[in-house]
Design a protein around this ligand. Structure first.
Ligand code: ATP
Length: 310
C-alpha cells in the first residue's frame, strides 16, 4: 500500500522557486528519508504534504487523501513535527500531551506515549525547564499523540548531542515498529543511513535520486575494495576473470581486489567455487556522504557545524 504520493510538486514564493519538480512515493511502514542542502526545498515539500502550503502545481496524496481539499481528514491521520516548534513556557509535559490529544477524534493513550518517549519523569515539568533533548522528545510525542498512520519528522536531532541523537534514533525505530510510516527530513547522512529504508536526495528543488542507502552508495561509489587472506593456494585468474573486478594484488599474502558493482558477492562466490576460505575479510567502499556529494556537488553539513550555527 502506498502511504504518500507526491507527483511533480512545484511551489514558488514570489519569484523564488522553492520546489521545482519533486515526485516520490512512500510505501506503508517505511521510514523514508529526505536529504538535501540548506534551501534545497525539503521543508516546503513536507509542509505541502502536511497541507500547510498549497502547491502551485502537481499533486499530493496522503493515504489517498488530498492535503488541501481533505485537510480535516489528513490532520487526523498525519502527525507533523516541524522545525522550531514552540510551546507556552508554563505548560507541563502532561498538559501539552493531553491538550494536543484533545484535538483528535481518536487520540492514542498519551500516558503510554509519554512512557515510550521517556518523559514520564518529566510529566509535571514545565516546557521552559526541559532540556533540549526533552523538548525534542516532547515535540515527537506531540506529533504522535493523534495516533497517526504517517508521521513527518523534520530535523529530528538538530542541536542534540551524540548520545541524545542515538537515543532518538532508537525511539524512531520503535515508533516505526508500531506500524507508523515515517517521512524523515534530515541534514545528517549518518541519521539518514541508519534509519531510512529509502532516501530521496533533493537538490535545487528537484529529486536527484531515490534509492535505498546502499543503493545510493552503490550508484555513486565507483570503486570498492575487498581485502582478505587465504590459507590455501589460490589462482589469481579465479578473481581477475570476474566481470566486476578491475585489479587483483597480492602483497605478503594479503589479497586486495578492486572493482565495481556487486564486488563483494562476486568475490565471495568465486572463492566459494574454488573452495577457498577467506580470513580477515574487509570491504572498503564509499559512504552516504560520498554519494550525497556525487549527486549534489556539495558536501553534506556535519552535525557539529549545525550545532554551532543553530
Ligand atoms: P533548510 O534545510 O535550510 O531548512 P530546505 O531544504 O528545507 O532548507 P526550504 O525551506 O523548503 O528548503 O526552502 C527552499 C527555498 O525557498 C529556499 O531558497 C528558501 O529561502 C525559500 N523559502 C522558503 N520559505 C520561504 C518563504 N516563506 N518565503 C520566501 N522564500 C522562502
Amino acid at each position: 500500500m502506498t502511504a504518500l504520493e507526491v507527483r511533480h510538486l512545484h511551489k514558488r514564493y514570489g519569484r523564488r522557486v522553492a520546489v521545482d519538480d519533486v515526485s516520490f512515493t512512500v510505501e506503508e511502514g517505511e521510514i523514508f528519508g529526505i536529504i538535501g542542502s540548506n534551501g534545497a526545498g525539503k521543508t516546503t515539500t513536507v509542509e505541502s504534504i502536511a497541507g500547510l502550503r498549497t502547491p502551485d502545481s502537481g499533486s499530493i496524496s496522503v493515504l489517498g487523501l488530498d492535503p488541501v481539499a481533505d485537510r480535516a481528514e489528513v490532520r487526523e491521520r498525519l502527525g507533523v513535527q516541524l522545525q522550531e516548534s514552540s510551546f507556552p513556557d508554563a505548560i507541563t509535559v502532561a498538559e501539552a500531551l493531553e491538550l494536543y490529544g484533545s484535538f483528535y477524534r481518536e487520540p492514542g493513550d498519551w500516558r503510554e506515549l509519554m512512557e515510550l518517549l521517556g518523559l514520564t519523569g518529566q510529566r509535571n515539568t514545565r516546557y521552559k525547564a526541559l532540556s533540549g533533548g526533552q523538548k525534542q522528545r516532547l515535540s515527537i510525542a506531540l506529533a504522535l499523540v493523534g495516533s497517526p498512520k504517517v508521521a513527518i519528522l523534520d530535523e529530528l536531532t538538530t542541536g542534540l548531542d551524540p548520545q541524545a541523537r542515538r537515543d532518538t534514533w532508537r525511539l524512531i525505530e520503535r515508533v516505526r515498529d508500531t506500524g507508523v510510516t515515517i517521512l524523515l527530513v534530515t541534514h545528517f547522512m549518518d541519521e539518514a543511513e541508519r534509519l531510512s529504508d529509502r532516501i530521496a536526495v533533493i537538490d535545487g528543488g528537484r529529486v536527484a535520486a531515490v534509492d535505498t542507502p546502499a543503493g545510493l552508495i552503490a550508484q555513486t561509489s565507483a570503486l570498492q575494495q575487498v581485502r582478505f587472506r587465504v590459507d590455501q593456494p589460490l589462482d589469481k585468474t579465479v578473481l581477475t576473470e570476474l566481470p566486476d573486478v578491475n585489479q587483483v594484488e597480492v602483497v605478503e599474502g594479503r589479497w586486495s581486489v578492486t572493482g565495481t558493482g556487486q564486488l563483494l558477492s562476486s568475490v565471495a562466490g568465486a572463492l566459494a567455487r574454488a573452495e577457498v576460505v577467506a580470513h580477515d575479510l574487509r570491504v572498503d567502499q564509499g559512504n552516504l556522504d560520498d554519494a550525497f556529494l556525487a549527486f549534489t556537488g556539495r558536501a553534506p553539513e556535519s552535525p557539529a557545524q549545525l550545532r554551532k550555527e543553530g
